[in-house]
Design a protein around this ligand. Structure first.
Ligand code: ADP
Length: 504
């Protein structure tokens, strides 16, 4: 090293000058401070006694002396490990040529490296701590991720503007969308139900930690199935002050809802059955009591006074018995038809039928038994003469509707019955000017044993319209009722003509 440079450096560093045998030639004032054995630092002493870190590097020192290596640095040598007074040194060894004698020596600069080393150690320690923290963060993130992944509930996190940021596996399974199909999309694309959107609109007003529970929604999946979910919704603060995200945890309650609906259906059915039973009891007791007591009283009269009565009077009484028996037989027949229909045994057997003459004959038959001087005005439109329909079912429909129209009409009135057909269907309309059906009961009149409140003393079982409806349905038809209290009632039956509708 240049002598002048040494002159510049020397006042700021402690140093030792060594000869080729590593004996101390000269030293700065406080060079001992850095020695391992300060007492051994004096001219003439082997430097390796006081500075043992130079043991083993003799070859390198020789190379410096011979100019083959410029210098050697030994850094961070610990002199004192006392935590109160630590001491670390750096050694910079270079060649030194005395200007006067031109002899080659070595100069060892000694520098206090304690501050740097302590800082380095603190930094290393802090780096370790940060690494530990990072790895424990990574571990807990993995742990939370595992919990989220293994959650059976769907988890969705959205931005405050409703854009989906995170979804777990269950959300993908429940909605049948992949993660890529959900991330970045608005939540209201996935759940379009307005009631749900309205309920979650209060989320921005929730306090941190507050939860909006049991927000139920029914929505379709990607594959079109309908699912029911119950959501717990909350807000979380993001890393940006004042900006929240929304967390939705949804439980799939489709099965529960289905079970509930089935239970409700079963309860409804049970209720219906109970009502049906009580209607059946009241119908049978009312409808059988009168004809039975008529038969009973009439036979008693015949027994006691028959011998003295004229043939005419006796005939009248026999007719009374006959009509009572007929009424009971009709009732039993209706019950039988319904039983068959319920058991699926009321078949549909279409066959060619001359519709017009069938209707005319039926009108005549019914008109014959009409007691109250009522008329049935029959009108036939259309060009179909023979149609393919089930005669028995048609009989069930028309005889019940026509007898009802007469039964619920006042004496001396006319019932209009029209039959028309077009390319595809037969339309039957029966209109009376009778008592009418209360609007609030019109949806119930097709139920078995149901009778409207306004029937008064008019006899009936509440079975006729049930039979009509079943007979219409069996043929794939429709029935509609239009009625006004005190004005009259119109039943319209539409029957499809699928088969060879028309024969000239
Ligand atoms: P019912 O044997 O009582 O006539 P239905 O099943 O034929 O039984 O009819 C059910 C109920 O519908 C009747 O009890 C009556 O209240 C009402 N109803 C049916 N047809 C008419 C009609 N043409 N006018 C008024 N009410 C009717």
């Amino acid at each position: 090293m240049n002598y002048r440079l040494i002159k510049i450096l020397a006042p700021h560093h402690e140093y030792l000058i060594l000869n080729q045998n590593l004996k101390i030639l000269d030293l700065s004032l406080c060079a001992q401070r850095f020695a391992d054995s300060p007492d051994e630092v004096s001219p003439g002493k082997d430097v390796r006694i006081a500075f043992p870190e130079l043991i083993g590097v003799e070859d390198a020192l020789l190379e410096i002396l011979e100019g083959r290596q410029p210098s050697l640095e030994i850094k961070g040598v610990a002199r004192s490990l006392d935590p109160q007074y630590p001491l670390y040194i750096d050694l910079y060894i270079s060649d030194y040529t005395d200007e006067k004698s031109s002899t080659h020596s070595l100069i060892v600069f000694l520098e206090d490296a304690t501050k740097r080393m302590v800082l380095e150690q603190e930094l290393a320690q802090q780096t370790n701590e940060v690494n530990l923290l990072l790895s424990s963060l990574a571990t807990s993130k993995q742990y939370i991720d595992r919990i989220i992944t293994s959650m059976a509930d769907a988890l969705l996190v959205t931005t405050n503007s409703g854009i989906i940021k995170t979804v777990n596996k269950s959300a993908q399974n429940i909605f049948k969308y992949s993660e890529a199909e959900l991330i970045g999309k608005p939540l209201d694309n996935l759940i379009t139900d307005q009631a749900f959107i309205e309920k979650i609109s209060i989320l921005p007003t929730l306090e941190q930690g507050e939860i909006l529970n049991d927000v139920e929604v029914v929505c379709p999946t990607k594959t079109g199935e309908t699912i029911a979910l119950s959501f717990s919704c909350s807000t979380i603060q993001t890393e940006i002050e004042g900006i929240q995200n929304f967390v939705y945890i949804g439980r799939d309650i489709t099965e529960r809802k289905r079970a509930e609906a089935e239970k409700m259906k079963a309860i409804e059915r049970e209720k219906e059955l109970r009502e049906l039973k009580s209607r059946l009891i009241s119908m049978t007791s009312n409808e059988f009591r009168l004809p039975i007591s008529t038969i009973f009283a009439t036979t008693e009269l015949l027994e006691n006074y028959g011998r003295t009565w004229s043939e005419d009077k006796k005939f009248q009484h026999y007719q009374l018995i006959e009509s009572s028996v007929k009424r009971m037989t009709e009732l039993l027949n209706n019950v039988l038809i319904l039983g068959k229909a319920d058991a699926g045994k009321l078949g549909f057997n279409p066959a060619p039928l001359n519709l017009e003459s069938f209707c005319r004959n039926l009108v005549e038959e019914i008109q014959l038994v009409s007691l109250e001087n009522q008329k049935i005005a029959f009108a036939y439109f259309g060009d179909c003469i023979t149609v393919s329909l089930d005669e028995k079912l048609l009989q069930n429909i028309l005889s019940n509707l026509l007898t009802n129209a007469l039964k619920y009409s006042h004496p001396n009135t006319t019932v209009n019955f029209s039959c028309s057909c077009n390319e595809t269907e037969v339309i039957l309309e029966i209109q009376d000017q009778g008592i009418g059906i209360p609007a609030e009961e019109q949806h119930q009149i097709f139920e078995s044993f149901y009778r409207a409140q306004n029937v008064g003393n008019i006899p009936g079982s509440g079975l006729g319209l049930t039979i009509v409806q079943k007979s219409v349905e069996l043929q794939g038809g429709k029935i509609a009722v239009n009625s006004e209290i005190g004005v009259g009632t119109k039943f319209t039956v539409t029957l499809p003509l699928q088969n060879d509708r028309k024969t000239p």
